[in-house]
Design a protein around this ligand. Structure first.
Ligand code: PMP
Length: 368
């Protein structure tokens, strides 16, 4: 046996655990990590090069620690798209929304504290909780993957968590959480502790409904987390952000590393924000493709969970991992999130989606 992690004096809660690991396989059609399939348009690539060239001239200096210009532009984007005024003081940015979530858990969670999420949901909430020494509570969902409000309220009252995660639209299931449910969970969390409620809106631009940003009014313990990885087609950029009461923005600065957001990242994100309208045009195409995937999968006889995201959860399979493999054998990589009976496919280009649909059509034929 070779020397491994467990031979090192690692923290007890990390023993025997695996890292986050969506496979990065070299296959013709990759529909497994909810990326945007459209490369950035050429004029934007040019603009990024220009802005990065400018930033490069000052790389001898540390970047703007508070990323004020970028946060101002993110606030303008939110104000415009959510129809709700958001100011620079309400916005904080970090390297992907994963880092935003980590900073929130470092601030409001930590040793002796707990966080709850309603699973299946985004697995990194629990993993980041573990990494920050926060206890993790797995809350329930209904059979149809909606949040069981009564059970959720009961779990919050019983465990009195310090942080409550609500992912809407939810990953990996795709369904959005009704605003009334989020409000009820917020009330339950305030009555129990009070605690912070983090609404993860990574996929909200793909939703049939609206952002919950207007709920921030008068709710200082509510945080909305967002990302440029999905709708902006910039997963490689690593830019996530949050909107909340200015006190929350002040609080996360207690834990953020100084100069965490590089000058290159800030310059690139600013360039992307200049091209918001073009990028959101792709979102409309992806929403149409998502709706097509839902309709065609249902027509083929698959069960499909309602989707407000850029991906679709479909089933049911006796052995979802074996089905995942059969789809992979046909050159299409989808995601097995470990939800028994279900798989998840990201909406790609029309050609990629056709390749996926051909693969699952063949599987149906094989079975009949
Ligand atoms: N939240 C949810 C619900 C996600 O699905 C993801 C990415 N898969 C993230 C947050 C993290 O995104 P990023 O760090 O790229 O912003």
């Amino acid at each position: 046996m070779s020397f491994g992690i467990d031979d090192l004096p690692v923290r007890d809660e990390l023993r025997g655990k695996s890292p986050y690991g969506a496979p990065q396989l070299d296959v013709p059609v990759r529909l497994n990590t909810n990326e945007n399939p459209y490369p950035l348009p050429e004029p934007l690539v040019e603009r990024i090069a220009e802005r990065v060239r400018e930033a490069a001239r000052q790389l001898n200096r540390y970047p703007d620690r508070d990323a004020v210009e970028l946060r101002t532009e993110l606030a303008a984007y939110l104000t415009k798209t959510a129809g709700h005024p958001v100011a620079v003081e309400n916005v904080w940015a970090a390297n992907g929304s994963n880092e935003v979530i980590q900073q929130l858990l470092q601030t409001f969670g930590g040793p002796g504290r707990t966080a709850i999420g309603f699973e299946p949901s985004y697995s990194m909430h629990g993993l980041i909780a573990r990494g920050t020494g926060t206890g993790w509570i797995s809350g329930p969902r209904n059979e149809d993957f909606t949040i069981d409000l009564a059970a959720a309220e009961k779990a919050i009252a019983e465990h009195r968590p310090d942080v409550v995660f609500v992912t809407t639209p939810n990953n990996p299931t795709g369904n959005a959480v009704p605003p009334e449910t989020v409000l009820a969970l917020y009330e339950a969390a305030q009555a129990a502790k009070p605690s912070m409620v983090v609404v993860d809106e990574a996929y909200v631009e793909f939703s049939h409904g609206d952002s919950l940003l207007p709920l921030l009014d008068g709710r200082p313990n509510l945080v909305i987390s967002r990302t440029m990885s999905k709708a902006f087609g910039a997963a490689g950029l690593r830019l996530g952000y949050l909107a909340a009461h200015p006190a929350v923005v002040d609080a996360v600065q207690l834990v953020r590393l100084p100069y965490h957001l590089s000058a290159i990242t800030q310059a690139t994100a600013l360039a992307a924000l200049e091209h918001t309208d073009t990028l959101l045009g792709y979102v409309e195409q992806l929403k149409a493709e998502r709706d097509r995937l839902v309709a065609e999968l249902r027509a083929l006889g698959y069960e499909v969970t309602e989707s407000d995201a850029n991906f679709v959860q479909f089933g049911r399979f006796e052995d979802s991992h074996a089905t995942w493999r059969k789809i992979l054998d046909r050159g299409v990589l989808v995601r097995d999130n470990g939800v028994p009976g279900w798989l998840r496919v990201t909406a790609g280009t029309p050609e990629e989606n056709d390749a996926f649909l051909d693969a699952v059509r063949e599987l149906k034929k094989e079975q009949s």
